[in-house]
Design a protein around this ligand. Structure first.
Ligand SMILES: C[S@@+](CC[C@H](N)C(=O)[O-])C[C@H]1O[C@@H](n2cnc3c(N)ncnc32)[C@H](O)[C@@H]1O
Length: 292
């Protein structure tokens, strides 16, 4: 499947809104930390899939306990090469691997002190890739690992004030997200089902973006991209999308537009527990490429 590159400037624009949204699901971290229970001597291995320019690590690393060894995984070498905002310390070290979701079985170690993480990834994946990720997190033949899969879009987008063209543009946008066997806006549900089928305990919390006048730059880009994707899916929508975008711009400038973009965070906990397994029980294979 051909994946579109994700622009680095889009990741920079959305970073603050992502971090703000995740505060509403911060209780998942209590459950996660309780499960991981790292002792002083233990190192937590975090594999961040679709890491991009490192936003997930920036938010999550300070909220996780103890020593951490991060592996940032992405199929886009250029995004991975962007300098990390997370300082390397004795407690937090970072490696990088140019690899895909399908390579994860060779990159994720087994053990109690292992966390698979991602942010804003699931809605981009095909059904096969979601199943591959579920197999790594909750394998049939071994104890699973903990996973925190964040910020998956749900397709629920509420614009206020409403506009008659919101619905046809949303339908076209969502249909585009569902192209080539991607569940798109159903990805969080598909993933939760896949993990539960494999015996994992899954907790789900809303992590919606709530954007207003103070998020002008992000909102402008979000609306531009939404209109462009809808028109790409159905070129007949061009005049309607143009008029809609102009009206939304007037509202943005007047400071009267608010947008809620639905997202979900999933925490997956293995149901069987052992007290002796460690992150290094099975060593991770060497990353395909390591960086600073
Ligand atoms: C929307 S971006 C999110 C990036 C980052 N997690 C963040 O929160 O800013 C999705 C990322 O997933 C990567 N990606 C998409 N499909 C992938 C796949 N199948 N395997 C590995 N990385 C993938 C993209 O290159 C991109 O960096």
């Amino acid at each position: 499947m051909v994946a579109r590159p994700v622009p680095a400037d889009w990741l920079a624009l959305r970073r603050q809104a992502d971090h703000r949204a995740r505060e509403s699901a911060v209780e998942l971290l209590d459950l996660l930390t309780h499960r991981l229970q790292p002792g002083d001597a233990d190192e937590l291995v975090v594999v961040d899939v679709g890491a991009g320019t490192g936003s997930n690590q920036e938010w999550l690393a300070p909220r996780l306990p103890g020593r951490q060894r991060w592996l940032l995984v992405d199929h886009d070498e250029e995004l991975l090469a962007v300098d990390s905002t997370v300082e390397a310390t004795a407690d937090v070290t970072t490696e990088r691997a140019v690899a895909t979701v399908d390579d994860l079985h060779t990159l994720v170690p087994r053990g109690r002190h292992v966390l698979v993480a991602c942010a804003a990834l699931l809605d981009l994946l095909s059904t096969g890739e979601l199943e591959a990720l579920a197999d790594v997190v909750a394998p049939a033949d071994a104890e699973g690992v903990t996973a925190l899969l964040s910020l998956t879009v749900t397709g629920e987008v509420d614009l206020y004030p409403a506009h008659p063209s919101d619905a046809p543009l949303a339908d076209a946008f969502d249909a585009h997200q569902r192209r080539e066997d991607r569940p798109g806006p159903d990805a969080a549900t598909v993933m939760a089902d896949a993990l539960r089928r494999r015996g994992a305990q899954v907790e789900v919390r809303a992590t919606d973006w709530v954007l207003g006048a103070e998020d002008g730059e992000l909102l402008r880009r979000y609306l531009d991209d939404r209109a462009a994707v809808a028109v790409e899916h159905d070129p007949d929508l061009e005049p309607l999308a143009h008029e809609w975008r102009a009206e939304r711009e007037r509202q943005l400038t007047a400071g009267v537009l608010t947008v809620r973009v639905g997202h979900l965070d999933l925490l997956s906990l293995p149901t069987t527990t052992t007290t002796t397994a460690t992150a290094t029980a099975t060593a991770a294979a060497e990353p395909a490429q390591t960086g600073p």
